[in-house]
Design a protein around this ligand. Structure first.
Ligand code: FAD
Length: 403
């Protein structure tokens, strides 16, 4: 949709006169650069890390249907499909209320059911390798890696037809330098991530366990390999990450669902702080905030990267309209901020509410938690509604899915 429009390709000459300078070649900045180049815009993409370091992150992402559509539009999906592990069921456990419920393929909206998966797990390395290969092959992208540019210089030297995009992650120096208002709240919870081998787990199922100390996601990586994202008070995460392999495996064994056992760690565990943050406006002058430079949420439900990529998708729709002359160059930033508002607020609020509702042992909440999971289990339209909000974003509940 974003690239296959021949009329738009004809207007690419017009687009070349606009330039985008993107700071941050993580999964958000790199994908945006590729999408803009496919629309005919000239792009300079900077990162302070070298290509090798950009690839070197031991993390796996839960990919939702909104991301699938964007990757399809950018012609990346076929090349990634072999690298991803689909999951056809999502198991939700409230470990304090002792309730379990399942989401299955039939709970997806009909338009999503044909792809035969609720979601996919994609490792960081093959994703970044493909993005960097495609960027290097593009005549319209100038890649400046291993190069830390002072944010003041980037902002001061912006050309008159140039947009500056901050895709430089949660500690964005561009955002701070431009003094864009930013709200942030540090969670007491942090999270521990580790890849490991499990026995007894269903290879085509992703697990989300709500525990009093925080949620734990168990994501299938293929065969018996899984990624665990385990939330708990930050110091406890750090202590667990520093504990011996056998201690960590036993701690995991004690809380994994019955019959599932942790047998071997596949990488070094890492402990990370978590925060909820949002720039109420994603622009200031010619500066646009994209991805975690503009917002961050708790990893419950694996929303993070998908939310960042919906920024990319919405921005690309607007730049495409700008290339067609349908919207003015000067109104791009304002429209972008406005169209992202509902989705960002919806995801940030719902992930925060999930944490508050489920990360405790509060006896007063227990009946409501049981009721919520009972309704989810028994009433199919509630399951469909919840799954659609998770996989397509809350914005699509109000309008039909894009084709
Ligand atoms: C523990 C953990 C688990 C997660 N699990 C999931 C999951 O299961 N599913 C999911 O969807 N999301 C998950 N996320 C979130 C996901 O990792 C982020 O949403 C994603 O990395 C954001 O991408 P980004 O490109 O916006 O930022 P980043 O990935 O942070 O990239 C920013 C880039 O900017 C560069 N940069 C920074 N400053 C400068 C500078 N001054 N000059 C030049 N370059 C600069 C950095 O080198 C980096 O390459 C998780 C996050 C954490 C912490």
């Amino acid at each position: 949709m974003l690239t296959a429009d021949p009329q738009f390709r004809d207007s690419a000459v017009k687009a070349v006169h606009h330039r985008f300078r993107i700071v941050g070649a993580g999964p958000t900045g790199a994908l945006l650069a590729l999408g803009l180049a496919q629309q005919g815009f000239s792009v300079v993409l900077h990162d302070r890390l070298s290509a090798e370091l950009l690839l070197n992150r031991s993390r796996a992402y839960a990919i939702t249907h909104s991301s699938r559509r964007l990757l399809l539009d950018l012609d990346l999906w076929p090349a990634l499909l072999d690298q991803m592990e689909p999951f056809r069921a999502l198991r939700l456990d409230d470990c304090s209320a002792h309730c379990t419920t399942w989401f299955q393929l039939r709970d997806l909206r009909p338009a999503n059911r044909t792809s035969e998966a609720i979601g996919w797990i994609l490792d960081h390395r093959p994703l970044m390798r493909l993005l960097l290969e495609r960027l290097q092959a593009s005549d319209l992208v100038e890649l400046q890696l291993d190069d830390a540019l002072p944010a003041e210089d980037v902002l001061a030297n912006a050309g008159s037809r140039e947009w500056i995009v901050a895709a430089d992650g949660p500690r964005s120096t561009l955002r701070r330098c431009a003094e864009v208002p930013f709200w942030t709240h540090a969670y007491q919870q942090g999270c521990l991530t580790v890849k490991l081998r499990l026995t007894g787990a269903d290879q085509h199922c992703a697990y989300e366990l709500f525990r009093p100390e925080g949620p734990m996601a168990v994501l299938p990586l293929g065969e018996d390999r899984y990624q665990v994202v385990w939330s708990a008070p930050l110091q406890r995460c750090r202590d667990r990450a520093a504990s011996s392999t056998s201690e960590l495996l036993s701690a995991l064994d004690a809380i994994l669902p019955d019959g599932v056992n942790a047998v071997q760690l596949l990488d070094d565990p890492g402990a990370f702080p978590l925060e909820l943050s949002l720039a109420p406006r994603l622009h200031r002058g010619a500066l646009l905030l994209v991805g975690e430079a503009g917002h961050r949420c708790h990893p419950v439900g694996g929303q993070g990267l998908n939310l960042c990529w919906r920024d990319v998708s919405d921005l690309l729709n607007l730049t495409q309209a700008m290339g067609h002359g349908e919207i003015a160059f000067t109104s791009l930033a304002r429209r972008y901020s406005r169209c992202r508002r509902f989705d960002l607020a919806g995801v940030l609020l719902s992930t925060d509410l999930l944490i508050r509702f489920f990360s405790n042992h509060n006896p007063l909440l227990m009946p409501f938690r049981r009721l919520a999971l009972f309704l989810l289990k028994r009433i199919s339209w509630i399951r469909r509604f919840s799954l659609s909000a998770m996989t397509d974003g809350p914005g699509t509940l109000l309008r039909p899915l894009p084709k």
